[in-house]
Design a protein around this ligand. Structure first.
Ligand code: VGL
Ligand code: ZN
Length: 214
């Protein structure tokens, strides 16, 4: 993929929230390390969109809302298999806030996802029922975006699903590997890279995108 950033490119910064940081409710190992990388990348993009995982306390993805279950097990739900998580990113709580060190003042849009109590949404585009849209594809199209560069947390869940759905919606898509960190449950990271490659999502580094920048 051509790694020169231009006006048709958007940086999609996924779920850089306190609950995904070390010590958080659903900590992603080394999740905080993406913050300086994303801050550097964001200066190279004229167009940046952020997402926040944004759940009601009654959310279907929380193990605490299913008697007799534990976090990180799976449960069959009407829309498919769901991993059950610790309570995380509850709307309006400090854990759901963006990391204080994230410095992207020119970000134009924040998409909040996973707000329906009965459906999860790893993807910034399409909820886990694979039907309900967030509106992000339409927004990006209206702004003439052609390529979506994904960064943030977690590589194997919200980043991968968002990149796959960007591709499915007709955008060129890339995952910036060193601007992401993974949860890696039972091989989920290897599977994510495999699925991304098969779908034609490019794998790039921040160094490739920033070369030639000051
Ligand atoms: C995420 C699990 C549950 C993510 C969100 O941001 O990757 N993972 N909710
Ligand atoms: Zn979540």
């Amino acid at each position: 993929m051509n790694t020169t950033i231009g006006p048709d490119d958007c940086l999609l910064v996924i779920d850089v929230q306190n609950d995904f940081m070390p010590g958080g409710a659903l900590a992603v190992p080394h999740g905080d390390e993406v913050v300086p990388v994303i801050n550097r990348l964001a200066r190279a993009f004229g167009h940046v969109v952020l997402t926040q995982d944004w759940h009601p306390v009654s959310h279907v993805s929380f193990a605490a809302n299913h008697a007799g279950t534990q976090p990180f097990q799976t449960l069959a739900l009407p829309y498919g298999e769901q991993v059950l998580w610790p309570v995380h990113c509850v709307q309006g709580t400090p854990g759901a806030a963006l990391h204080a060190g994230l410095h992207v003042p020119h970000a134009r849009l924040v998409i909040r996802k996973g707000h329906h109590a009965d459906v999860d949404s790893y993807s910034a585009f399409l909820e886990a029922d694979r039907t309900t849209r967030t509106g992000l594809a339409g927004y990006l199209r209206e702004h003439g975006v052609r390529r979506v560069f994904c960064a943030g947390l977690a590589t194997d869940y919200c980043v991968a699903w968002s990149a796959l759905d960007a591709r499915a919606a007709g955008f060129a898509a890339a995952v910036i590997e060193d601007a992401c960190r993974a949860i890696d449950l039972e091989g989920s990271l290897a599977k994510a890279w495999q699925d991304l490659g098969a779908a034609g999502v490019a794998r790039v580094t921040s160094a490739e995108l920033l070369k030639g920048q000051g």
